[in-house]
Design a protein around this ligand. Structure first.
Ligand SMILES: NC(=O)c1ccc[n+]([C@@H]2O[C@H](COP(=O)([O-])OP(=O)(O)OC[C@H]3O[C@@H](n4cnc5c(N)ncnc54)[C@H](OP(=O)(O)O)[C@@H]3O)[C@@H](O)[C@H]2O)c1
Length: 260
């Protein structure tokens, strides 16, 4: 009887792994047995996350990456695939959430948001999608937001970047649904992470980090097409989509940017 080589662990490429939801997700993915490529700009944080994973017996590879640098994304993913084999799961979680009050509105500010929240994702997809389609297998996951469901005060650039991301991922999904490549869109509401720490506005139904990471991980494992949570805020936001502008505007009036 010939000895069979052990199957290679699934290779997961995760962006935004240095804090918050990405970090919490990284531990869960590693416990599943994946080799997790941890990426973000703060390398010291990534190394600390990698150490914790290895201490638990998991596999982690920390790699510095700014997702807003298209060439760096292409180069990094090329190098990772050359060294570790094809990426099986791409999880695009990196994002920024700076507010943009109307009085500070500039195209540059909107562009900066899109460079990370939208093009940071599209660059990663561009790097791995051809291989996934060729192999007829793979999973692309994007972390969008309930903020992308309808316009929000002082969030024009963030909400627009997430709306664009949600529709982009859905468009890809419906096109490649029989290709063997799955697409998952994750839309959290408010979660206690460094991103929301500085928010002064009300954050209804805000969730604990670990609870949110658990829902995200379940959706990734099940290859759910679209998950929106917590259900209470997702329901409110879905209802908001059906509201006529006059009512929607009145509901949001309390949160007007100029009252912040
Ligand atoms: N927290 C919430 O309430 C909430 C709600 C809905 C959606 N989300 C989404 O969830 C995702 C994770 O956010 P979080 O709440 O966990 O916030 P966080 O703790 O601030 O994490 C953001 C992550 O993105 C990384 N990142 C930001 N810009 C980057 C860049 N240019 N290149 C590479 N990495 C970059 C950060 O790493 P470095 O700074 O080290 O690069 C960090 O690891 C984001 O996409 C966010 O929009 C969060």
């Amino acid at each position: 009887m010939s000895a069979q080589a052990a199957p290679r662990p699934r290779l997961t490429f995760l962006t935004g792994a240095s804090s918050g939801l990405g970090e919490a997700l990284a531990y869960r993915l590693a416990r599943e047995g994946d080799t997790v490529v941890l990426t973000a700009r703060r390398v010291e944080n990534l190394e600390a996350v990698a150490r914790k994973i290895r201490d638990e017996g998991g596999l982690a590879v920390p790699v510095a990456l700014d997702v807003s640098d298209h060439e760096a994304v292409m180069r990094t993913l090329g190098a990772v695939e050359a060294e570790h084999g094809p990426v099986d799961r791409l999880i695009c979680n990196a994002g920024i959430g700076d507010p943009l009050p109307a009085r500070q509105f500039t195209t540059d500010a909107v562009r900066r948001m899109f460079e990370t929240n939208l093009y940071g994702v599209t660059s990663c997809i561009e790097a791995v999608l051809p291989g996934m389609l060729e192999r007829r297998s793979g999973h692309i996951v994007g972390v969008s937001s309930l903020a992308g469901y309808r316009g929000l005060p002082a969030s024009s650039s963030y909400a627009a970047s997430k709306a664009a991301l949600t529709v982009l991922l859905e468009s890809l999904r419906v096109e490649i649904q029989t290709s063997g490549v799955a697409v998952t869109t994750i839309c959290p509401g408010f979660v206690k992470t460094p991103m929301t720490e500085r928010n002064k506005h009300p954050m209804p139904f805000i969730m604990e980090l670990e609870d949110a990471a658990e829902i995200m991980h379940d959706a990734i494992r099940a290859k759910t097409t679209h998950v929106a949570f917590p259900w209470q805020l997702a329901t409110v936001v879905r209802a908001g989509r059906l509201m006529p502008d006059a009512i929607y505007d009145r509901v949001l009036a309390k949160q007007r940017a100029d009252k912040r």
